[in-house]
Ligand binder design. Structure first.
Ligand SMILES: O=C(O)CCC(=O)C(=O)O
Length: 255
């Protein structure tokens, strides 16, 4: 596998994404998928239900409340190394969710990721404000809703326009346990799921520490999760913000 700095370079200067094969084995991906498929209803966000009737897609939220496996996955050392290469060693977790494409699911719609969709453009690839992970909890095939991306579209610095997206998008297939890591400005979408099985991805948005998390309550985890939290998980939950800012202040005002 390429080094974290080579992957980060590809994400910023190259195609805007990289595929990390078999980050976890098939059985671990299958265990996570089973939990996600049986997960209860996620809360409304801004009044929007977690299941979209039109696209037949479902979002599962609150993953740090859904079992220890999700605490481990969000701290995968390869993902952390790439995220820290792009965002600094004080980056935090902005959002952590899963996307389920039911049989017959349609595209969700081409988009860029948070925080870019919450900002006015024009956008710049540097400094990157987030790293998006789309983690395949089963094989992503040509038929089951694999992610569509437009290579190098992060350089366009704007949200997708539908005609260019339709012309330039390519489908990213891969084996269970593999992950797509991408710049938040990369144009992407889901493709239709034409199979009889739901397609499940795990979605992680690692953000620069100065960007407010996309999920305001991301750090409100159960006391037992906090008791067993590693230093890395505490960092991801924003617990090191004060120390990190003091470090910045010292750098800013010394000498
Ligand atoms: O699951 C996927 O293939 C992509 C999902 C996505 O882009 C999103 O939920 O914002």
């Amino acid at each position: 596998m390429a080094s974290a700095s080579e992957i980060a370079h590809e994400i910023i200067e190259g195609n805007g994404y990289a595929i990390l094969p078999s980050l976890i084995d098939r059985s671990e991906a299958a265990s996570a998928r089973t939990i996600l498929l049986s997960a209860g209803e996620s809360p409304l966000v801004a009044g929007i239900p977690a299941r979209n009737e039109t696209t037949r897609q479902r979002t599962v939220r609150d993953l740090l409340h859904r079992g220890e496996i999700f605490e481990r996955l969000v701290q995968h050392p390869v993902l952390i190394a790439v995220a820290e290469e792009l965002l600094g060693d004080d980056m935090t977790l902005s959002s952590y969710a899963a996307r389920i494409l039911e049989p017959g699911a349609r595209e969700m719609g081409a988009h860029v990721d948070y925080p870019y969709w919450a900002m006015r453009g024009p956008f710049s690839v540097r400094p990157p404000l987030m790293l998006q992970v789309i983690w395949m909890m089963q094989d992503f095939t040509a038929d089951n809703g694999a992610t569509l991306v437009v290579p190098a579209s992060q350089h366009r610095g704007m949200p997708p326009d539908p005609a260019s997206f339709a012309r330039d998008a390519v489908k990213v297939t891969g084996g269970a346990g593999s992950a797509i890591v991408s710049h938040g400005l990369l144009w992407h979408d889901t493709s239709p799921n034409r199979t009889a099985e739901p397609r499940v991805s795990l979605l992680i948005n690692y953000g620069h520490k100065v960007i407010r998390p996309m999920e305001p309550a991301i750090a409100e985890v159960a006391p037992e999760v906090m008791r067993r939290a590693t230093p890395k998980l505490r960092q991801l939950l924003g617990m090191n913000f004060g120390d990190s800012l003091r470090r910045d202040l010292r750098r800013r005002y010394s000498g």
